[in-house]
Design a protein around this ligand. Structure first.
Ligand code: JFZ
Length: 448
């Protein structure tokens, strides 16, 4: 099912300006339909709200974040779209709150795991499309928040404190749309009910941006209406330029994603399909889940090799990776996910020098073969596969003075006006990415 979604998303992204749900194949689910919509953004709306390059530097340096999808949907364990997919009546769904009492919730263990995986920031669902707030929310329609659940707890408060304690940046995910409101499905026919949903959205964003200290990332999701049109198409209703102007007053430096219908400080790409093509101009973020769903669904975790490959393929193209893990109803991260993230962390400890605080270039990536990052006089060539015993790279003006892999193995190299040829003993190659550090006599200058 994930594959159908991805195939459909890729197909429609080619025509994203014109694409809309009406043109989507008729036999896809609402979840797939909604995914297609985010492919468009709101163009040039409110450019004055954009952060400066200087204010986005930490984000571009950070490269790896850990995402958490956690809410009432962890109890039925059918994913965060359960309420919509299985047509659960909102009144029935609300009963889950009385059962929400995670016995092992410990935000510190989550933040420690993320830190050990090599993450520099985290993003957690403060409220998903089901409407249940994981924080103390006075603006919540009908007190549908975690303080009024069996847990009687503000989970976002604990999460923010734990992430800060690990020295990471703090991100908050928030979905303006809420399936509990009939006005969401028919905003023109039920304008008063839709207005209640909008007021809740503005109120909750204000709470999240006011009550938890400095917030570094605001990760919107679902500035849509009625499972139809694009985020931008729904901007007449949500008025994201007004909402985000308020956000900027409360959190002047928060990095905002594009899914409120406003263009955003960075672009997003969703799903675990391979990343290809040249270096992208606007800073962007690949996001995918290592679990069977975004929210907890029993099943195997993604293999660490695949996670590393997606991280590297994003970074050599000017991107970050936001990797989702899914705590279960007790607040435990499934062991298979823990193992994957720890293996990613072990790789990052050896190879992070060629990832963190780098910029893409000076070579354009060659899909499936290599990509490059640079910082100061160093170039890091990420070799993903060896077409032959050696690899040929484009010519460089600066002279290479030394070469070795980040794992410490020797690298043979030759340099001429024609290009550079490097080779590493087969036994010293990394199965996912052999990172070769080339030290040059002069700054090679990043591509961006
Ligand atoms: C959205 C949510 O609907 C989903 O539940 C999850 O939270 C995910 C992170 O975000 O789903 C999307 C949104 C956008 C795309 C795909 C799924 N997209 O742009 O391809």
């Amino acid at each position: 099912m994930k594959n159908i979604l991805l195939a459909a998303a890729c197909l429609l992204s080619l025509h994203c300006a014109q694409s809309s749900a009406q043109q989507a194949p008729a036999d896809i689910t609402d979840e797939q339909r909604s995914a297609l919509k985010s492919k468009s953004d709101a163009g040039n709306l409110a450019p004055e709200l954009l952060l400066s390059a200087e204010d986005m530097r930490w984000w571009r340096d950070a490269k790896l974040g850990i995402f958490i999808h956690w809410g009432l949907y962890a109890i039925p364990a059918k994913g965060e779209w359960h309420m919509s997919n299985d047509k659960v009546d909102p009144g029935e769904y609300a009963k889950l709150a009385a059962r929400f009492k995670p016995r092992h919730f410990d935000a510190n263990s989550w933040a420690t795991l993320a830190k050990d995986a090599g993450a520099r920031y985290m993003v957690m669902t403060a409220r998903h499309h089901d409407g249940f707030a994981m924080f103390d929310s006075k603006s919540s329609y009908r007190n549908f928040d975690s303080v009024h659940s069996a847990a009687h707890k503000d989970f976002i408060a604990d999460y923010v404190a734990a992430v800060r304690r690990q020295g990471m940046r703090v991100g908050i995910y928030y979905s303006p749309m809420d399936w509990r409101f009939p006005g969401y499905f028919d905003p023109k026919g039920l304008p008063e009910n839709a207005a209640l949903m909008k007021a809740q959205g503005y109120g909750q964003v204000r709470e999240l941006m006011s009550n938890y200290g400095k917030i570094d990332i605001l990760w919107y999701d679902g500035g849509w209406l009625a499972h139809r049109g694009t985020d931008a198409d729904a901007a007449w209703f949500w008025r994201p330029e007004i909402l985000n102007a308020e956000v900027r007053k409360l959190q002047p430096k928060v990095a905002i994603n594009p899914r409120s219908g406003w263009q955003g400080d960075f672009a997003t790409e969703e799903g675990d399909q391979p990343i290809a093509g040249p270096i992208r101009q606007k800073p962007w973020e690949k996001t995918f889940s290592i679990g069977a769903g975004w929210g907890y669904v029993p099943g195997d975790a993604m293999k660490p090799e695949k996670v590393i490959r997606l991280v590297v393929d994003a970074v050599v193209r000017n991107g970050n990776a936001l990797v989702n893990m899914s705590p279960d109803a007790d607040g435990d991260i499934p062991q298979t996910q823990v193992q994957t993230l720890q293996a990613v962390g072990a790789w990052m400890r050896v190879n992070g020098e060629g990832i963190y605080a780098t910029r893409p270039g000076p070579f354009q990536p060659v899909d499936g073969v290599y990509g490059a990052t640079t910082r100061g006089k160093n170039i890091y060539v990420h070799v993903l596969s060896w077409p032959a015993d050696s690899l040929k790279l484009p010519a460089l003006p600066g002279k290479i003075v030394s070469a070795r892999t980040l794992a410490g193995a020797p690298v043979r190299f030759s340099q001429s006006g024609d290009g550079i040829v490097v080779s590493v003993d087969a036994a010293a190659r990394d199965p996912v990415d052999t990172v070769i550090k080339l030290e040059t006599a002069s700054d090679p200058a990043a591509a961006l």
